[in-house]
Ligand binder design. Structure first.
Ligand code: ZN
Ligand code: ZN
Length: 303
């Protein structure tokens, strides 16, 4: 791929997280990452800026020698030096995008929004509220908690509620799919999966479940608690069973799928080792999925 294959290999100090974190804690260095990230736009290879172009693009009033000092600090971590100038390394692009995802909105809370389904327990319309970086889907009547989703503020556009709910649902699914496939969606490391009783979950008792799946990344701390029905949402047998009966589970908001939101169709067959069955019923037909505690599908039973 142009712009990637010619990267010189460098050796970073092993486990030197602290130095990498500290580097972006300086205004000039953070501005250099921002300027190189913004220069890229949406297409093409990572642009290379000459020293003077980069200095002009950085909105901090420092003399050249000081600017150069900070720029040198970023080399090997977030910025590459080439014959023609400077460009972001892939690690620098990751930092730039993470900061952009976290800082675009001037709204830090809104709601409640009508999320389009009635509580499966008491029938009140469920509501969505965004606050403090989390989108909460909950029933105002009986307080059942349906979802708690980490949402980057850059997603927010309260003037387009339908579009916003669609993006939150799909963003959440993309994270879930990665977790369910044993890959951390934030850092691509392995994921630890464990089944637990509802009482052992931090969301007891507002999220009544037969069993809760906890998935977490030991490298970056990203984690998720989810029901078994939602955890198997992309099983190819389940996707095609529903699709053949008029339901596209890849597009239908997860909140509208009862088997994903409640454990009414979940049966714990065994706790040691865990073996759990989920029934999905559509138009009088039923698909039963049986999974082990790695979320491996052991059986698909049609009736
Ligand atoms: Zn309710
Ligand atoms: Zn991770």
């Amino acid at each position: 791929m142009p712009g990637w294959s010619d990267r010189e290999s460098t050796t970073l100090p092993e486990g030197d997280d602290e130095a990498a974190f500290a580097l972006v804690g300086n205004e000039t260095r953070a501005e250099i990452i921002r300027a190189l990230g913004e220069a890229r736009g949406q297409e093409g290879a990572r642009p290379i800026l000459s020293f003077s172009e980069l200095h002009d693009a950085v909105d901090v009033d420092v003399v050249s020698s000081q600017f150069n000092y900070h720029l040198q600090q970023l080399l090997d971590y977030y910025v590459d030096q080439t014959e023609d100038g400077y460009r972001l390394r892939p690690e620098g692009s990751l930092v730039y995008r993470t900061i952009k995802a976290g800082t675009l909105s001037d709204r830090d809370s809104f709601g409640p929004l009508d999320v389009g389904f009635d509580c499966y327990y008491c029938g009140d319309p469920a509501e969505g509220v965004y606050d403090d970086g989390m989108f909460t889907v909950q029933c105002p009547g009986c307080e059942t908690l349906y979802d708690l989703i980490l949402v980057p503020p850059a997603t927010l556009d309260p003037d387009d509620v339908d579009g916003l709910l669609h993006r939150i649902d799909q963003f959440n699914r993309h994270r879930r799919l990665a977790f369910n496939r044993d890959v951390c969606p934030m850092c691509a490391n392995d994921v630890d999966t464990q089944f637990m009783t509802s009482e052992a979950s931090p969301f007891d008792p507002v999220q009544p479940r037969e069993v809760v799946v906890h998935q977490s990344c030991s490298h970056c701390g990203s984690q998720m608690y989810v029901g078994v029905g939602a955890a198997v949402i992309y099983d190819p047998g389940l996707v095609s069973f529903c699709f053949e009966r008029g339901i596209d589970v890849t597009e239908t908001p997860l909140w509208e799928l009862e088997f994903a939101m409640t454990d009414r169709s979940v049966t714990v067959r065994s706790r040691d080792p865990w073996e759990v069955a989920v029934e999905v019923a559509v138009d009088g037909d039923t698909l039963e999925l049986v999974v082990d505690d790695r979320l491996t599908v052991l059986e698909r039973n049609y009736s």
